[in-house]
Design a protein around this ligand. Sequence first.
Ligand code: TXA
Ligand code: MG
Length: 320
Amino acid sequence: MAEIGKNIAKAAKFLTDGELVAIPTETVYGLAGNALDENAVLKIFKTKERPEFDPLIIHLAEKSQLMDYVQDVPEELAALASRFWPGPLTLLLPKKDLIPDLVTSGLDTVGVRVPRHPLTRKLLQSLTFPLAAPSANPFGYISPTRASHVQDQLGDKIRYILDGGDCEVGLESTIVGMEQGQVIVYRLGGISVADIEETVGKVLILPQSSSNPKSPGMLKSHYAPKKPVYLGDLDELMENFGRKGTVFAVLSFTRTFAEVPDSLQLALSKEGNYDEAARNLFSSMRLLDDSEAAVILAQELPEIHLGKAINDRLRRAAAK
Ligand code: TXA
Ligand code: MG
């Protein structure tokens, strides 16, 4: 089992020695290693059982370090960085040679972000290298939003989990890049498309494709619980599965159901608050995945605020 604690110096020592440490960010927990050390980066892929064609993003302490690692920053993306960093935004930018090709899976762009969780910011400030960190879950499973989630799934493979409590945003960062002068959102995430568009105007949301993923976070089936997830009208789904005698769990946006046991239902936000719903999404999926239900029934949210990104994760969880 991994040690769980708040000791930044200890985490820094492991990382400096080329070991991996799970770190809290405002989005989800990351599985971090020295981004400039190929062996540490290789350990990340091995520990997550992640295919090496799926690139990692790097985390910096400060915006001002950006030019140490990338060649240039288009105006539009610079505007996004200055508005949303530190925060749940990842920018795809042309990388400098010091970033190992393993980090970017051979691509000439690197994903960069400045996280805002205070513990991880202090940790990054104490290091002489950036941290490569994917979400700290086995490849394809739901991302962790608290230390115990990491312990449950990767605890026997890593030494230390830096405990920063529950993740404040709860969805991964929004990934943004540019091609031929057009701003593109590659992954919906913790910053809404509306907020991005307020800064850079109309963006293109890259339609998901499972045959030729530009970004494997775009793979159709991802963020998936072990149990089958069915997405649709909850009343209809409950009626259908009830008739068949299937034990189901219900994940709703705001509603609760008198006829369903409390242990088999969760509302993401009873008040209909999208930020709260995002914060609760992954831990709710985990709880229902661990329940005695055979299937999870869920509904889509209205496509506003973080509803778009939440629906994206729900659809991928339901795609098998
Ligand atoms: O919020 C987050 O972004 C979290 C925390 C830990 O920072 N990290 C995270 O990493 O979600 P990961 O590896 O689980 O997801 C990063 C996604 C992957 O789908 C990867 O394919 C994509 O970013 N990606 C990374 N670098 C890329 C690049 N150069 N071009 C295209 N996609 C890239
Ligand atoms: Mg991930």
